[in-house]
Design a protein around this ligand. Structure first.
Ligand SMILES: [Zn+2]
Length: 228
């Protein structure tokens, strides 16, 4: 219930029915998926339900809605100025909501592609799996990142059992050792989950680091990543 809104409805009611007694209004916003609005007269009270999408609409739109609903229930002609005002608002609202929807679904959509233009992450994974893990590591979801991230070169997302490798490496001039090292590092995260010792998160434990040193071209690979 919003009293400025009640005042708007009372004003429109008065304009449409100058001599009739003023009924009490019960006006509420509801979560409608569409711009649904309803008006009902029950026991002398006018019950109005508006979509919450309209809650922050300009006052002139609230006036138009009040006019249209009251005219409708008392079978009065709807003034074109109010009909136009409402229609213009609804169409612009529909456009902006559609844009928002598209933006959200694009942001949420995750596309998994292990096959890049130059490197296949599944193939690199299986090579490393055979060479370092006796082929025993279960393959997580492997994917190139959607964007050319330079901050996050690679990361293992335990919640989604996914290793993401930055798209910047999917180039013909990337040394294979660099990609192998990146993936090997993330595979070690799978093997050595983050532990908590004395209240501190240990991401790269001593065991993790010892195993990382088994990678033959470790220094070269690290130097290449630093240059990037
Ligand atoms: Zn790490």
């Amino acid at each position: 219930m919003s009293s400025p809104l009640v005042a708007i409805f009372e004003e429109q009611y008065r304009a449409l029915r100058p001599r009739a007694p003023m009924p009490p209004f019960d006006i509420r916003f509801r979560r409608f998926t569409s711009l649904n609005t309803t008006i009902r007269l029950r026991e002398g009270r006018l019950h109005v339900r508006l979509s919450d999408i309209l809650e922050h609409a300009p006052e002139s739109v609230h006036e138009a809605i009040a006019h249209i609903l009251i005219a409708k229930i008392y079978k009065k002609p709807i003034a074109p100025v109010h009909a136009d005002r409402y229609r213009r608002h609804v169409s612009s609202e529909a456009v902006s909501r559609q844009a928002e929807h598209v933006r959200q679904t694009r942001g949420r959509k995750r596309i998994f592609t292990a096959q890049g233009h130059h490197f296949d992450l599944n193939e690199v994974f299986e090579t490393l799996n055979a060479r370092f893990f006796h082929g025993l590591m279960g393959r997580p979801v492997l994917t190139w990142s959607a964007h050319h991230a330079r901050r996050m070169l690679g990361h293992y997302d335990a919640a989604h059992n996914t290793i993401v490798v930055s798209r910047v490496f999917d180039r013909p001039d990337t040394p294979r050792a660099a990609i192998e090292y990146l993936l090997y590092h993330e595979m070690l995260h799978l093997k050595h989950p983050v532990s908590v010792k004395a209240g501190r998160r240990c991401v790269h434990s001593r065991e993790f680091q010892a195993e990382e040193r088994l990678f033959p071209h470790l220094d070269e690979a690290k130097a290449y990543l630093r240059r990037l």
